[in-house]
Design a protein around this ligand. Structure first.
Ligand code: CDP
Length: 245
């Protein structure tokens, strides 16, 4: 990392890191904060989902770590501002194919944490994340942004909520998309992903020492967005500096 990019990310063109367990509201809050600040919203979970989806559609066994890792190393994944007005927050392209909605399927939910635990997959995707976020002024959400991907981020948030609240939010989202949804199955899926994500050897989900922990059980989305925007205030770029991002 050169000193210019390090100082950009730390000072004039910051990265706001938001981590937390499954369905803790990172995407909704991250997107809301990014819109308020005029920052890019970058959901890194979409990349792990994209590799899982691509392995599934290419009939690669998810247990085959070597082939899944080789696939992650060769795929070109882009997370770009929404290209279609159908309720999506962003568009995900895998080798130029729009896979945005396919990433939300239950098969991807089931296998994504297994894929995310493979060290070579993480190395490949972390490299692509640095490519996409290098200009700064980004709200990045995931599991390891504040701990591994951008430990120098000036603001790190850890969003949390009880498993029951997280499962009921995800349940409502699925129903809103007219997807079949069973609350108990969603709750077990969320708990299973938390367990794999927190116990894996490489870049496990954990709270960075200097993260601000926000428990969202008792707060509306608007309240949490307001709080993160207020916390970001001291790190926002001065208008004159913005052109340098
Ligand atoms: O939206 P939700 O919280 O359900 O999940 P996501 O953010 O889309 O992430 C899906 C999965 O990708 C997680 O359960 C992790 O296994 C993995 N992930 C990761 O390991 N590291 C990241 N930076 C982001 C996601």
């Amino acid at each position: 990392m050169n000193s210019k990019s390090a100082s950009n990310r730390g000072e004039s063109c910051p990265i706001i890191a938001i981590d937390g367990p499954a369905a803790s509201g990172k995407s909704t809050v991250g997107d809301g904060v990014a819109r308020r600040l005029g920052f890019l919203f970058f959901d890194t979970g979409a990349m792990y989902r994209a590799v899982t989806y691509a392995a599934h559609t290419r009939h690669i066994a998810i247990e085959d770590e070597g082939r899944v890792s080789a696939l992650a190393e060769q795929l070109h994944i882009d997370v770009v501002p929404s290209t279609v007005d159908d309720g999506r927050q962003y568009t995900v392209l895998v080798d130029a194919e729009d896979v945005t909605w396919a990433l939300r399927s239950s098969v991807v939910d089931t296998y994504v944490s297994m894929v995310s635990a493979y060290p070579r997959v993480r190395t490949a995707l972390t490299k692509q994340q640095h490519r996409i976020a290098q200009q700064g002024n980004v709200v990045m959400v995931g599991r390891d942004i504040g701990t591994v991907v951008y430990p120098e981020a000036p603001l790190k948030i850890y969003l949390d909520a009880s498993p029951e609240i997280r499962a009921s939010r995800r349940h409502k989202e699925s129903l809103a998309r007219s997807q079949p949804a069973d609350y108990q199955a969603i709750l077990s899926g969320v708990l299973a992903r938390d367990e794999i994500d927190s116990s894996r050897k490489t870049a496990p989900l954990r709270i960075a020492g200097d993260a601000v922990v926000l428990d969202t059980d008792q707060h509306t989305v608007a309240e949490v967005i307001d709080r993160v925007v207020a916390l970001a205030e001291p790190f926002l770029p001065h208008p004159v500096e913005q052109s340098g991002c």
